[in-house]
Write a protein that binds this ligand. Structure first.
Ligand SMILES: Cc1ncc(COP(=O)(O)O)c(C=O)c1O
Length: 391
């Protein structure tokens, strides 16, 4: 039987990237003790009060069909949040509630990208971006960012990559995998380039609440002049450790949301009202557990950077945000992939090769900050030990 071409475009886009993780899992299943630093899944549970709301609302009958935009309560919570954040009035019709950032990205691509359209993205980039662009028939155009300058995307490099077919810039701040966070000034410069070339900006802000030290989160959506060309995609997956709830959204112009609504309706026929209620509650309230999670990620990143400081061959910079640290193994002479494979084979530590996130990640490992400080410190000892053996 014949399948549509989209299946060919997406085939093989995933498995290679996860080979080290899959082998680590296989060995763990055989009973070998492993340190897993490969998956960006929050290790803490969601705040207990959010569970209570989800359960109560489910039992109260909030289990009927919703609608393609989302329930009034969650749209009101989003409107309040973004109005506060941007300092402008952001109406409830500027949002679509969707099952997670990934679905929001999918909807955004379907609405903006046609066959052959080019989508720019900083390289290294999040593992699903190539797939979500290819699903819409677009062509991913990676723009290399320099690891020695904190993996920050430069407006000049972006401009060089623009062709008559370029339609969208896909941004991610804070970045997975690099931990780079765009500054306000960078966004202003990049926004100008997008205005000059009439590009859309899709901004993946799933880690927006996780910034460290003096880093301040900034978004193109916060700039009034960029509002109409920006589509924010985000969720409570990371901020509130709720990835399995699949609760996310699009924030954009009313015009974009109206155009995207039929896509959301035909794909989903609405989300689950009791989960939308839980998301509204999550967004409307402050939780000490959420502060504690952010603090834990920051401390773990510090432990990791500190743990590798004495090594002459491997190093890591403090991320500006997100849940990951890039470990630079270039001086060992191995690729990130080869180093990750040996680290798994010889030291029972599971990481993601930087190359899994594009050529720009070459010579690096991506380490997830989702285990406790003692395991991070132990992983550092093993990474440094392997590096010493190699040099
Ligand atoms: C950069 C980035 N975007 C999107 C997602 C998916 O998020 P969600 O659970 O909201 O679909 C992830 C998950 O790891 C991510 O790292």
């Amino acid at each position: 039987m014949r399948f549509a071409k989209v299946t060919q475009r997406l085939a093989g886009l995933g498995s290679e990237k996860w080979a080290v993780h899959i082998e680590g899992r296989r060995r763990a299943d055989l009973g070998e003790p492993m340190i897993f630093l490969s998956i960006g899944e929050p290790d803490a549970p969601p705040p207990a009060a959010i569970f209570d709301v989800a359960e109560r609302q489910m039992r109260a009958g909030r289990t009927r069909y919703s609608n393609g935009r989302g329930e009034p309560d969650v749209l009101r919570a989003l409107s309040r949040l973004y109005t506060e954040r941007t300092g402008r009035s952001i109406s409830t019709s500027q949002f679509l509630f969707l099952p997670g950032t990934q679905t929001a990205l999918y909807v955004a691509m379907m609405v903006l990208v046609e066959l052959g359209d080019e989508v720019l993205m900083a390289d290294p980039y999040y593992a699903t971006y190539e797939g979500v662009i290819a699903a819409a028939g677009g062509v991913a155009v990676p723009v290399r960012v320099d690891p020695d300058h904190g993996f920050h995307l430069k407006a000049a490099a972006l401009e060089k990559a623009i062709t008559p077919k370029t339609r969208v810039l896909l941004m991610n701040t804070p970045s997975n995998p690099t931990g780079a966070v765009f500054t306000r000034e960078e966004i202003a410069r990049i926004g100008k380039v997008c205005e000059q070339h009439d590009l859309w900006i899709i901004c993946d802000e799933v880690y927006a609440s996780l910034t460290y030290g003096n880093t301040v989160f900034a978004s193109p959506f916060d700039r009034a002049e960029l509002e109409k060309r920006t589509v924010v995609v985000s969720s409570v997956s990371k901020s509130h450790a709720m990835p399995g709830f699949r609760c996310g959204w699009i924030a954009s112009s009313e015009e974009f949301c109206a155009a995207a609504l039929p896509v959301s309706e035909t794909m989903l026929f609405g989300s689950q009202p009791f989960l939308e209620d839980a998301t509204a509650f999550a967004l409307d309230n402050h939780f000490p557990e959420v502060d504690a999670m952010k603090h834990a990620y920051e401390r773990r990143a510090q432990v990791l950077v500190e743990g590798l400081r004495a090594s002459k061959t491997v190093s890591a910079r403090m991320p500006e945000g997100g849940m990951f640290v890039m470990v630079d193994v270039r001086k060992t002479g191995l690729s990130g992939r080869a180093f990750a494979e040996r680290l798994l084979a010889e030291e029972n530590v599971v990481t993601m090769p930087g190359e899994s996130f594009g050529a720009g990640g070459a010579g690096h490992l991506r380490v997830a900050l989702t285990v406790d400080e003692s395991q991070i410190a132990e992983a550092c000892r093993r990474i440094a030990r392997l590096a010493d053996r190699l040099c």
